[in-house]
Design a protein around this ligand. Structure first.
Ligand code: PLP
Length: 375
């Protein structure tokens, strides 16, 4: 049985390569490889294999932390949003997670939880679960403001916690926007001047653009998967990062249009001349953005070798299961020709940008009707 031809290949060796690029760029600073959102859509299992050389992984759900342990992950695990309820501290100990604390409520839960444990279990949490106290240095999403930070630190130290420090940048991908990385780094440095513990601040954009933020542990996400934090491929073109995923399909039909004929729902494309159109088995129900306009690039390869090919532009609206491209200039385009929607031949950023989104959203948005192959 031949399945509908769309498939996502996860390129484990490229993910590993990107991690080693991060290590090169950061003087081998320890990493939290960020694997939230099912490793940005690539799957936790291949990601753990690929990121073996990372000291730790960072994610959101205890359930996924437990799954990582089941898969044999023995490195560090960071819960990026900490616990969502008091009882979660139980599981966090059992799974040996390091825990972000970003809000007073999480300290209250911790104190209450510790009070209900025997001394052994309490000691176990304090020994196995370092706390990463989060500073809100200007993003105003998670974390304590500077004024509360020192007090929270003291409380946690009094309880007996090991405390480390983290913050998150709002605009590391765009120096024009306030607050800048320098502003936020200044606030973080000041708040952590007289305290013990490790520091972590840099996401991908800061790893790439601001080496003074690399500190004790970096937190690369999007760059591990081969896309640009800014959404612009030019910003990473020289960094030797490789696509973590090839989303590929095939041409399933061809049409010859006359001048003035239109294509697809809403007839959004009018042929300015006689045009050859190819129909591809990929649509928004696969996770391809419906917002991709006319002109968004698709790679069309030869049947015998996809590497031998060229870019063709989308014409007409992306529909649920199909999309159309102009192949007037591609004589080798025929039914069964392989196409790449995004990946090593067609950077995901080049698709995201015209669709007014970012590679992050496309990766995470692949739907589960797309079969995955781990390479
Ligand atoms: C998602 C996330 C990261 C990784 O960000 P990228 O832009 O993908 O590198 C780092 N730190 C925190 C707190 C995050 O939530």
């Amino acid at each position: 049985m031949k399945h509908r031809p769309i498939k996502a290949s996860i390129l484990t060796h490229n993910l590993s390569h990107n991690l080693s690029r991060v290590k090169n760029m950061t003087n081998s600073a320890p990493t939290w490889a960020v694997v939230k959102a099912n490793a940005y859509g690539h799957g936790l299992e291949p990601a753990l294999k690929a990121f073996r050389e990372s000291e730790g992984i960072a994610l959101l759900d205890l359930e996924h932390a437990a799954f990582a342990r089941d898969l044999g992950w023995v490195g560090r695990i960071l819960l990026l949003e900490g616990v969502f309820a008091e009882a979660d501290y139980d599981d966090a100990v059992n799974i040996s997670c390091e825990i972000v604390i970003h809000h007073e409520q999480q300290i209250t839960w911790l104190i209450q939880w510790l009070g209900k444990q025997g001394p052994q279990k309490a000691a176990e949490l304090l020994a196995k679960c370092p706390i990463w106290l989060k500073l809100n240095s200007g993003m105003n999403r998670l974390g304590f403001k500077s004024a509360q930070y020192g007090v929270s630190y003291e409380i946690l130290k009094q309880i007996g916690c090991t405390v480390h420090h983290l913050t998150h940048f709002a605009n590391a991908d765009d120096p024009q926007i306030f607050p800048s990385v320098q502003d936020q780094w200044g606030i973080f440095s000041k708040a952590t001047l007289y305290v013990d513990g490790l520091k972590s601040a840099a996401n991908s954009a800061a790893i790439i653009g601001y080496s003074f933020t690399h500190a004790d542990m970096t937190r690369p996400g999007i760059m591990l998967y081969g896309a640009s934090p800014s959404g612009n491929y030019q910003d990473i073109a020289d960094l030797d990062l490789k696509a973590g995923m090839n989303l590929r399909s095939e041409i399933i039909a061809l049409q010859e249009l006359q001048t003035g004929d239109t294509v697809g729902y809403g007839s959004q494309y009018v042929a300015p001349k006689n045009t050859k159109i190819a129909v591809i088995a990929c649509g928004y129900a696969d996770g391809y953005p419906r917002s991709a306009p006319n002109g968004t690039p698709v790679w069309v390869g030869k049947a015998e070798n996809i590497l031998d090919g060229q870019i063709a532009p989308i014409v007409g609206r992306v529909s649920m299961d199909m999309m159309m491209i102009d192949v007037s200039n591609i004589s080798h385009a025929h039914i069964g020709s392989p196409v790449e929607l995004w990946g090593e031949l067609n950077p995901i950023d080049d698709v995201a940008l015209p669709a007014k989104t970012v590679g992050y959203e496309l990766m995470c948005g692949l739907t589960n009707r797309v079969k995955q192959e781990i390479l």
